[in-house]
Design a binder for this molecule. Structure first.
Ligand code: ZN
Length: 206
């Protein structure tokens, strides 16, 4: 079945949320619902949200998680090492300007690092890619040739290394591992436009 990937660009930092589903199925996976829940809800329509998957714990990737999880009952998955960041503004970078907490709440499950998570008929391989944060992951769909790279790999760059849990050495190893994937794999990052592994790996000498 062909895959459908819908982008919703969320919030002040223009974060990419991804709604992913197989054609003909009524359910979907939502990756990094960063903000603007009403906009996300409209894009999802009457599809069932089977799970919410987070590439990492930064505030701009998680601010709609609480509302979405409460309304849909969907489980929330994040890399275990980033779980503590989700409700801790001092770790996830959230600055409360409105006097209203927008943190996601307690219903969090750990992603199977290095394992596979089946959601809405899709088998996501969870690739541990620390560097931008300790628990950063990339979500890889080998059959579909698609990678959701969060803030690890962008078109023309990689994520910041100076935030909580950031590590240049880890980032180097993570990028090295990602560049071992087939060149034609399409990459959907947490910010900016899509790219491919082939297009990105030629920029680096790792
Ligand atoms: Zn980030």
């Amino acid at each position: 079945m062909p895959i459908q990937i819908q982008n919703v660009c969320c919030g002040m930092i223009q974060e990419n949320a991804w709604i992913v589903r197989l054609e003909g199925r009524e359910d979907c996976a939502v990756i990094d619902p960063g903000d603007e829940y009403p906009k996300l809800k409209q894009a999802i329509g009457d599809r069932r949200v089977a799970a919410i998957l987070l590439t990492h714990g930064h505030f701009d990737h998680i601010m709609a998680v609480g509302e979405m999880a409460a309304e849909t009952g969907a489980p929330v998955y994040v890399g275990a090492e980033d779980a503590e960041m989700l409700n801790a503004p001092e770790l996830n970078g959230y600055v409360d300007l409105m006097g209203v907490s927008r943190m996601p709440g307690p219903a969090i499950a750990a992603l199977p690092f290095g394992g596979t998570l089946s959601v809405a008929g899709l088998d996501f391989q969870v690739l541990p890619t620390p560097g931008h944060s300790k628990g950063s992951v990339c979500l890889y769909l080998p059959e579909e040739g698609v990678l959701f790279s969060g803030d690890t790999l962008f078109a023309g760059g990689y994520g910041r290394l100076d935030l909580h849990g950031g590590s240049p050495l880890d980032m180097r190893n993570s990028l090295k591992a990602l560049f071992g994937l087939p060149g034609e794999v399409r990459v959907y990052p947490g910010h900016g436009g899509p790219t491919t592994i082939a297009r990105e790996r030629v920029r680096y000498r790792l």
